[in-house]
Design a protein around this ligand. Structure first.
Ligand SMILES: [Zn+2]
Length: 461
């Protein structure tokens, strides 16, 4: 029986493992640290390296495109009607390496020990970018790609993707696709390869409570005016009930409840609450009743005070009634909460609960919606089956509690869902000394991605 195209692709990847490792090391030797201007040339060199390697992989149109900052590297396969189009995003820049003396090997001298590759960028994200590249190359070598592929690799992720939104906005047609795939995140744990299908959103505001024109002597005036610090404390306290649930009217109205399938998937993940509590150094965990820690941090909204300040905080005593009190608040949002709606509801709540004798100013400082690709979405199903066929273990379904701005851009400007399918492990020291990547997951990651393209192509047909 002739080998299927996918089997030939997987054989190709296995046959070239040694060469792929050497090439990954070559890419990792370029110190593409975006935060340091001294490495500006290295950042461009990494972009050039990637472009040339994409050309070798059969993407003749690979090119650098200028932004106000570091270039993006883009490439695409032939776009054939009837096939799904996938936009693959990653980044070729890396974090600084300080403290460099804590590294066991030079951060830009990639070294393999016990089947683990050590280097800055090994897992975040050059190793995973290269993994994407060789998966596509294997297809290009053996047979026609089952999907149309577009690559978008940026060089400013580690400095906040400062120019990426503008690039995406200006190239919406070029980047249009049915789905975005990102390999820049960890799996749940060793042995738990995962599809990450949701991210929380964000809404932020700063509030200030104003009393007298200036700080007052508390002996002369204390008792005659409302103290802004007391008023702020009252406002903050009014935001939650004693169980930790947000008291703002309508805050939970639009929240998508977890489905039974999701709760079941999360509950199957190993999670040691006691170890988690000890690691954090808290005497007890606290959160919304009726939800596990994973559910609270991945799929429930929050309202947090990030900072508050007022009055005299220096050494000794200064007996004043402060003129004002301030706080910064942010919410983590879940689908389908709308950032502006939530900020307005909080503002209305604060104004309603404001004690007499003070004024309140509120500054909405931004927000981004949550994103989710439902578990029954064909792309999630395809990723699940690709993971299972390569790892021979059921795929885990996870969400992430934070936000990834590029995912919001893809959702809002390109109107496409994103799958986060990363092969790093949570403890591989991203952003820290001795960053590493388990080679097993580098190789199997490439095989999983190659299989994913097959599954997405099949589903579409
Ligand atoms: Zn990264």
């Amino acid at each position: 029986m002739p080998k299927s195209a996918l089997n030939q692709v997987l054989s190709h990847l296995k046959a070239y493992r040694a060469q792929h490792l050497e090439e990954a090391k070559e890419f990792l030797r370029i110190p593409s640290i975006s935060a340091l201007s001294a490495h500006k040339g290295d950042v461009v060199r990494a972009a050039e390296w990637l472009k040339v390697r994409l050309e070798q992989a059969g993407f003749a149109n690979a090119r650098l495109e200028a932004t106000r900052g570091n270039p993006v590297v883009v490439a695409s396969s032939a776009i054939r009607l009837g096939k799904p189009t996938v936009l693959v995003y990653g980044h070729y820049d890396v974090q600084p390496v300080d403290p460099v003396e804590s590294w066991h090997h030079g951060p830009f001298e990639p070294t393999v020990e016990k089947n683990i590759l050590y280097a800055r960028g090994a897992s975040d994200d050059k190793g995973q970018v290269f993994m994407q590249l060789i998966a596509a190359e294997a297809w290009q070598t053996v047979a026609e790609l089952p999907v149309n592929l577009k690559f978008l690799f940026e060089g400013e992720e580690e400095i906040g993707s400062v120019n990426l939104s503008e690039y995406i906005r200006d190239h919406q047609a070029d980047l249009a696709a049915d789905l975005a795939v990102i390999s820049d995140t960890p799996m749940y744990d060793q042995g738990y390869p995962a599809v990450s299908y949701g991210l929380r959103g964000l809404a932020a505001m700063e509030i200030a409570v104003h009393g007298p024109y200036q700080d007052l002597h508390s002996g002369g005036f204390g008792g005659a005016v409302m103290n802004p610090a007391h008023a702020l404390a009252h406002l903050i306290d009014s935001l939650h009930d004693a169980t930790g649930r947000v008291s703002v009217a309508g805050f939970y109205d639009q929240v998508d409840d977890l489905t039974p399938e999701e709760r079941d998937a999360f509950s199957r993940l190993p999670f040691d609450e006691e170890a988690y509590q000890n690691e954090l150094g808290v005497p007890a965990l606290f959160g919304e009743e009726g939800y596990s820690v994973l559910e609270r941090t991945w799929a429930r909204p929050t309202l947090e005070v990030n900072g508050m300040w007022s009055g005299f905080t220096g050494e000794g005593q200064k007996t004043i009634v402060p003129a004002s009190a301030h706080a910064k608040l942010t919410c983590r949002l879940v689908p389908h909460q709308e950032p502006n709606d939530i900020l307005q509801r909080i503002e209305a709540h604060l104004r309603m609960h404001l004690p007499p004798g003070v004024r309140l100013t509120i500054n909405h400082t931004g927000g981004a919606p949550a994103s989710i690709t439902p578990l029954d979405h064909p792309a999630v199903k395809a990723a699940e089956s690709a993971i299972e066929s390569v790892y021979q273990t059921p795929a885990s379904h996870i969400r992430m509690g934070g936000s990834i701005p590029v995912v919001v851009d893809f959702q809002q400007m390109l109107n496409m869902p994103t799958l986060l399918i990363g092969f790093a492990l949570p403890n591989e020291n991203f952003h820290a000394p001795n960053e590493h990547f388990h080679l097993e997951n580098f190789y199997r990651g490439a095989e999983t991605i190659a299989t994913l393209w097959q599954k997405l192509g099949e589903n579409h047909g």
